[in-house]
Design a protein around this ligand. Structure first.
Ligand SMILES: Cc1cc2nc3c(=O)[nH]c(=O)nc-3n(C[C@H](O)[C@H](O)[C@H](O)COP(=O)(O)O)c2cc1C
Length: 169
């Protein structure tokens, strides 16, 4: 068994958004989202470079990386620290593009746009949990509260769209 436990691998497979932190040459942080996270094996995860010149430039010079993933309903996630290797025009690259061609509709649409694969050897993996759990609230209650919150946010967006469409007509 590697460092990535079964629940971590499940989270990385289910979640469609990770945040990736790299180090710029001047020492400042660079944080950007990636929607193409995948598990490679028990010790490695990856994302694809579609439009991340800053992240990739940083990794070429300094492979240190931290990745966070979060379930916005459970308010739980993981943070992973490791070292990235960039793959272009090799077996890893081909396998990932192949996986995307056979993946969700979104991944299929992006497969031809992959410029490189950042394969990360995870050296530290820690859980993340909202301090709201300190009150003793359960995950089921937390999920119910945040499903309601995001449902309302979404409903407001649709309501505003309807008003705008009525104004146009
Ligand atoms: C939801 C979301 C998912 C994204 N997924 C990816 C991705 O998987 N790969 C990628 O290269 N860019 C992705 N992007 C775009 C980059 O995050 C964006 O171009 C960013 O400015 C790159 O900054 P960087 O060069 O500092 O990494 C995504 C953006 C968003 C908002």
């Amino acid at each position: 068994m590697g460092i990535l436990t079964a629940p971590m691998q499940q989270a990385l497979t289910e979640q469609r958004l990770i945040f990736v932190a790299t180090v710029c040459p001047d020492g400042t942080p660079n944080l950007s989202p990636k929607g193409t996270v995948m598990v490679w094996d028990d010790d490695h995860l990856l994302f694809t470079d579609l439009a991340s010149p800053g992240t990739m430039r940083n990794l070429e010079q300094n492979p240190a990386i931290e990745i966070n993933t979060l379930d916005v309903f459970a308010r739980k996630g993981y943070r992973f620290k490791g070292v990235a290797a960039i793959h272009r025009d090799d077996d890893v690259f081909d396998e990932i593009v192949d996986r995307m061609r056979n993946g969700t509709v979104t991944l299929q649409r992006l497969a031809d746009a992959v410029r490189a694969v950042a394969l990360i050897r995870v050296e530290q993996a820690l859980p993340l949990e909202s301090p709201a759990y300190w009150s003793g609230i359960s995950e089921a209650e937390t999920r119910r509260d945040w499903e309601s919150y995001w449902g309302n946010v979404n409903a407001s967006w649709h309501a505003a769209q309807s008003v705008a469409a009525a104004g146009d007509s």
